[in-house]
Design a protein around this ligand. Structure first.
Ligand code: NAI
Length: 334
């Protein structure tokens, strides 16, 4: 039984607590905390969690907590991850791992000091059956080399306080991970473009943005990013290979025929779109972290996505591709 403490009882924190308590037999959520203590207390009552900690640091320090799940807001991730790793605990951190490459590097250095990976980053698309099948086909070599990826990430809306840069660090970060995972390749150059803006962009942030990436092997990636599309949560990905193309399937949906129309309902929420991926992801983390050997996306993967996001955000308005700058990969992550 893996004894888990959760920091952050917001939307995905409660989603994950629900999974861990109801679906995953080898997990026990022993404690939780939130910046708003009342939120943590309510969550604890709802899910029968015995300890509410005043701070994330208190939760991490308690020897009762074997593994720490970090589902608090983006700017808080790095400090909690670093502290948990310092104490040698298993960590699941929702994306992004950190907001700066410098913070990612500190986490990596601490794992290297322990000489073992302790962190799994919440890039759950790697567990989505559609993306997994795409990867299986690419890896089989049956379609030849992958040449390019066309992807879309379209959201219905974003909460107050959302900023242009977060389109990359918080939203497109999923594509930054999944594209290099699909291609088994690394990023060389990156550029973000501001294109014709939607009239739905009334909150001061760019919408849409186009992300362009070039990999070490010369593959090209374009990602259309919308954070206020006005119609649904729509994730698309097409990999173009030498002998064919592979498309991410849309989620299963009933086909309705009525009023001389044939229609399929679209989802509006990330939680519904990737339910299966989250289920598999957390089961895998509990199994592997419980044995002290997490096998999912590592701190290095979190770092690469952060480095690419950095280059993208630096490129905005320059009209230039910028190099994705990274440290040498420690042998630990090979
Ligand atoms: P949310 O705003 O609903 O919840 C965040 C919670 O963290 C709030 O209850 C807030 O009070 C708490 N919090 C903020 N700062 C804190 C701190 N320093 N210490 C303790 N608690 C703190 O946000 P949501 O949607 O649950 O997102 C949380 C994290 O999960 C974000 O980093 C987000 O990027 C990530 N996420 C990942 C998804 C995925 O597909 N993998 C989907 C949704 C969110």
């Amino acid at each position: 039984m893996l004894k888990i403490g959760i920091i952050g009882c917001g939307a995905i924190g409660r989603e994950h607590i629900n999974r861990l308590t109801r679906l995953i037999p080898d997990a026990e959520v022993v404690g939780c905390t939130d910046y708003y203590l009342e939120t943590a207390k309510k969550t604890a009552v709802q899910y029968g969690i015995r300890t509410v900690y005043k701070t994330g640091e208190d939760l991490i320090a308690d020897s009762e907590v074997e593994a720490v799940m970090i589902t608090s807001s983006d700017p808080s991730h790095a400090t909690y991850v670093l502290e948990a790793v310092r104490l040698g605990k298993q960590v699941f951190c929702e994306k992004p791992l950190a907001q700066t490459t410098a913070d990612c590097e500190k986490i990596i250095a601490e794992e290297v000091r322990h000489n073992k990976p302790l962190v799994q980053v919440g890039f759950m698309r790697r567990y989505d059956p559609g993306y997994m099948e795409m990867k299986r086909i690419i890896d089989s070599g049956s379609l030849g080399a992958p040449l390019m990826i066309h992807a879309c990430h379209r959201n219905v809306f974003q909460p107050e306080g959302f900023q242009t840069e977060m389109g990359i660090t918080n939203v497109a970060i999923h594509e930054l991970d999944i594209c290099r995972w699909l291609l088994r390749d690394e990023y060389k150059n990156a550029q973000v473009l501001k294109v014709r803006q939607s009239s739905r962009s009334t909150k001061g942030y760019d919408n849409p943005q186009i992300v362009l990436l070039e990999t070490e092997n010369g593959s090209r990636i374009d990602i259309e990013l919308q954070v206020a599309d006005g119609y649904g949560y729509d994730i698309q990905c097409q990999v173009v290979c030498e002998k064919g193309t592979i498309n991410l399937p849309d989620p299963n949906s009933v086909i309705k025929r009525a009023d001389a129309t044939c229609s399929v309902q679209l989802l509006t929420d990330w939680a519904d779109r990737f339910t299966t991926a989250y289920d598999i992801e957390l089961q895998d983390w509990v199994n592997c972290a419980g044995e002290g050997r997490p096998t999912g996306p590592t701190s290095w993967d979190g770092y690469v996505a952060c480095a690419a996001a950095d280059a993208l955000n630096r490129s905005r308005g320059t009209g230039k591709f910028l190099a994705v700058e990274m440290i040498e990969k420690p042998a630990l992550y090979s």
